[in-house]
Every structure is written in C-alpha cells, then in structure tokens.
Design a protein around this ligand. Sequence first.
Ligand SMILES: NC(=O)c1ccc[n+]([C@@H]2O[C@H](COP(=O)([O-])OP(=O)(O)OC[C@H]3O[C@@H](n4cnc5c(N)ncnc54)[C@H](OP(=O)(O)O)[C@@H]3O)[C@@H](O)[C@H]2O)c1
Length: 308
Amino acid sequence: MRAVVQKSFGGPEVLEVVETEKPELLSGEVLVRVKASAVNPVDVAVRSGAFPLLGQPPFGVGWDISGVVEAAGPGARYEVGEEVYGMPFFPRAATGYAEYVATPSRQVARKPKSLSHVEAAALPLAALTAWQGLVDKAGVKAGDRVLIHRAAGGVGHLAVQIAKARGAYVIALASEGKHDYVKGLGADEVIDYRTTDFTEDVKDVDIVFDSVADGVRSLSVLKPGGVLVTILEHPSGELEQTVKEAGRRFAGVSVEPDYWALEQIAELVDAGKIRPTIAETLPLEDAGKAHEIVASGQTVGKVVLTVE
Ligand SMILES: NC(=O)c1ccc[n+]([C@@H]2O[C@H](COP(=O)([O-])OP(=O)(O)OC[C@H]3O[C@@H](n4cnc5c(N)ncnc54)[C@H](OP(=O)(O)O)[C@@H]3O)[C@@H](O)[C@H]2O)c1
C-alpha cells in the first residue's frame, strides 16, 4: 500500500509517499480502506519534532481517517463494506495518511450518512476535542453561556456548533474577516479578539473553551462555579490551582479515541446540526503542502487529504 512516512524530523519536505506492507489485522480490529485523512496541527508539530509524541522517526503521521471496512477480525463491531470514521490509536502512531489502517473497531464509528469521506475525515480529532471538553468534562447544557476562543479554527468551528446543538448561548472570538463565517455557524455574538479586550465586555460565562492558552485572562469572565476547559495547557498544576482558588472548575483535555462520542456526533451531523468546513482538499502526494497550509495557523475549518 501507499503511505506517507518521514525518516527524519524537519520541514514539510520530509514527508514522502512510500510503498509499504498493509497492516496486519488482529482480533477485534477492522482493516479500513482509507478514502480521506485530515491534517491537524499536532501532525505538523510531530513532523517537525516540536512535539515528539512518537519518539524518533521513521514513522508515519496522521490520525483522522474516513473509509470503508475491507476486512473484519473476529469480534469486530463492523462488517465488510461499512463506512467508518475515527482517529485510531491517538496519541500513539496510526499512520493515517495511508491507503489502509488496521484499528481496534471501537476506536472508529459509522460515518455520518450525510457526509462525504472528505467531510467525515475532517471531524474525529477536532470534533472529539470539542466534545470531550464541552460535553464530557464541562457538561454543557441549554442556556449555558459559552465563550469559545479561535472559533474559526478546526476545533473551534466544531465547538461552536456542538455548544449550539446543546442549546448554549455562544460568544465566539475570531478576527474580523471571519465574523460572518462564525455567525453562520450559529454563534450568538462574535468578538474581534485582536481589537477588543473581551474581558471588559463579557461576563457571567459558564464555560470557557480555551484553545489559545489564555486561561488566566479567560478566568475573569467565568461565573463562580464556571468551568475553564483548556486544550493547550496540560494540567501542570499551576493553572488548575489558580482556577480552583478562584472558585472555578478546571478541565484539561487531551483528546482520545471514542466511538460512542463519534456516534453521537454523527447523529448531530445527520440531523443537520454540525457540518465540518473544508478549507482545502489535496491528494495524498501533497501532504507536505497540506502541512504548510495548516502550519500557517490561518485555516478556516480543516485541510483534508484524499486517498485514491
Ligand atoms: N489537547 C488536545 O487534545 C488538542 C486537540 C486538538 C487541537 N489541539 C490544539 O489546539 C490548537 C487549535 O487547533 P485547531 O485545529 O483548531 O487550529 P487551527 O485550525 O490551525 O486554527 C486556525 C485558526 O486559529 C486562529 N488563530 C491563529 N492565530 C491565533 C492567535 N494568536 N490567537 C487566536 N486565534 C488565532 C485563526 O483565526 P483568526 O483569524 O480568528 O485568528 C485561524 O482560523 C492547536 O494548538 C492544536 O494543537 C489540542
């Protein structure tokens, strides 16, 4: 099969397409013929060596996949021919930018019926991050006031839609040129974080969803008992302590595979409540170019590789 691997840390040019063995299928696993694989900022950080999650190369990066079950091991949850999506093995290696991935079947879910593989591949890592923060940890519910940083980004644009689907009032932060887009996602208010100090205007927030490491500032807009969800600052203890001393709750997120949450996300997608935005679609061979786009930090939604 073809797969994108890297033999050293470095720029996008270290990503190369190679011929390699199809992964072996074990009990409880499915072999997925990958149709599309999304690129996340973590892929870029792993490739460059900035975040050496997978140790030393050689390895293949990429986790988000959508595809078709080509073979099913004993006890697997899906049958041959079913369409599935997920982010198997994260944070261990999955080599998602490839023609085939073998995954424990409960690390993928049935793909939303209303989405193409490109759209479905855009969801798992970003949508699960938003879900595990807002739903699992913060328990977002109808009427909650939720502040979402980086609302036009891969995670943020899904966080806005998940919060809205649960009936929350969403205050989103984005640069001015993206305000119409973010309002179109359902945000009730959009603030240009570049020109306005949101801490002066916003108050009585139940949940802050922080994807920019702005935890301490964001704390000031939270109600007593409110939750600071952070996807960037891992619980080193310091921020958590500050949040607790201020009488607020702290929730650090390190996203993990979860088929049950992906099923609920698929239901919301098929009910028309969540739709991923595709910034760009590129062939597998252009993985390096896709990394350059994501590394710009300016993407609206997701960049996805197609695997023919
Ligand atoms: N803990 C976890 O498990 C987890 C999971 C997923 C992602 N993450 C991390 O969360 C971060 C966001 O991921 P993502 O996929 O959403 O990123 P992304 O798609 O690359 O975000 C792009 C958006 O970020 C905004 N932006 C750029 N610079 C900014 C700044 N200085 N301040 C505020 N907004 C800025 C831009 O919108 P504007 O024009 O509005 O600035 C842009 O549209 C990344 O660092 C990623 O590694 C963590």
